[in-house]
Design a protein around this ligand. Structure first.
Ligand SMILES: Cc1cc2nc3c(=O)[nH]c(=O)nc-3n(C[C@H](O)[C@H](O)[C@H](O)COP(=O)(O)O)c2cc1C
Length: 218
């Protein structure tokens, strides 16, 4: 009998193939190995909880590579030899991919190697939401659900569980940002059909939410 973990491993193996960038990025774009994440330190949890808030004014200052690395690890990085993550997820099936929209293009976060894979060229930040600051903040996380990995459940349940998975990741991002003095806001105000079209998502994949991250604006 196949265990849930084995089933998930197979799905993840398939997922690695499916995560191959679908839209050719400029020839020169290569995957970026992020610095080793700093998985110790920061503010005590209760202090981070006290500081957690949504922010809607951003400076255009980019995040240093170490901060980006730490952010992505905190969001949904691997925190155990089993390959499991900093956030809980539905039925041990890896449903959510994090797309990172920055001025230099869109990247996907590959957790195992802790790298950014080039996904598409071009600055689509302004298309990740309906609020002005999304176009100028240094990065927007776009949470993409692989509906095709959520078998035996209804479309409504897919939305529900993918949204819950995303919410946990979003809160990790909130707490990391609170700890680091960064600004963030989790966002549902997104033109979903347009963003899916721009990202050329296959039928069964869908954006759940987006989240802006940066330094607080003046
Ligand atoms: C599911 C969800 C969707 C949200 N969508 C947006 C959004 O599109 N734009 C926005 O500015 N804030 C959005 N927010 C942030 C909330 O407005 C914010 O968390 C709430 O006003 C409480 O403020 P606080 O986070 O500072 O405590 C969203 C929050 C959640 C949980």
């Amino acid at each position: 009998m196949i265990t849930r973990r084995q089933a998930s491993a197979e799905i993840v193996a398939g997922a690695a193939m499916a995560a191959v960038p679908m839209v050719a990025m400029a020839q020169e774009a290569k995957s970026v190995t992020l610095p080793t994440p700093r998985n110790d330190g920061g503010q005590p949890l209760l202090r981070a909880l006290k500081l957690r808030r949504s922010t809607r004014e951003y400076s255009d200052r980019p995040l240093p590579p170490q901060t980006l690395s730490d952010l992505l690890w905190a969001a949904f990085g691997i925190n155990r030899p089993s390959g499991d993550r900093t956030a809980p997820y539905w039925r041990h099936v890896m449903v959510i991919d994090i797309y990172v929209a920055m001025a230099d293009g869109v990247w996907t976060y590959e957790t195992k190697a802790h790298t950014l894979l080039p996904y598409m060229a071009g600055d689509i930040r302004a298309d990740t939401g309906l609020q002005d600051f999304v176009g100028t903040a240094p990065l927007n996380l776009v949470y993409v659900a692989h509906g095709e990995r959520m078998t035996d459940i209804s479309p409504e349940e897919r939305r529900l569980f993918a949204s819950v998975d995303t919410g946990f990741i979003g809160q990790n991002v909130y707490l990391f940002c609170a700890s680091e003095g960064l600004a963030t806001v989790f966002r549902g105000a997104v033109d979903y059909p347009k963003l899916a079209r721009i990202l050329k998502l296959p039928d069964q994949q869908f954006v759940t939410f987006a989240q802006t991250v940066g330094y607080p604006g003046a």
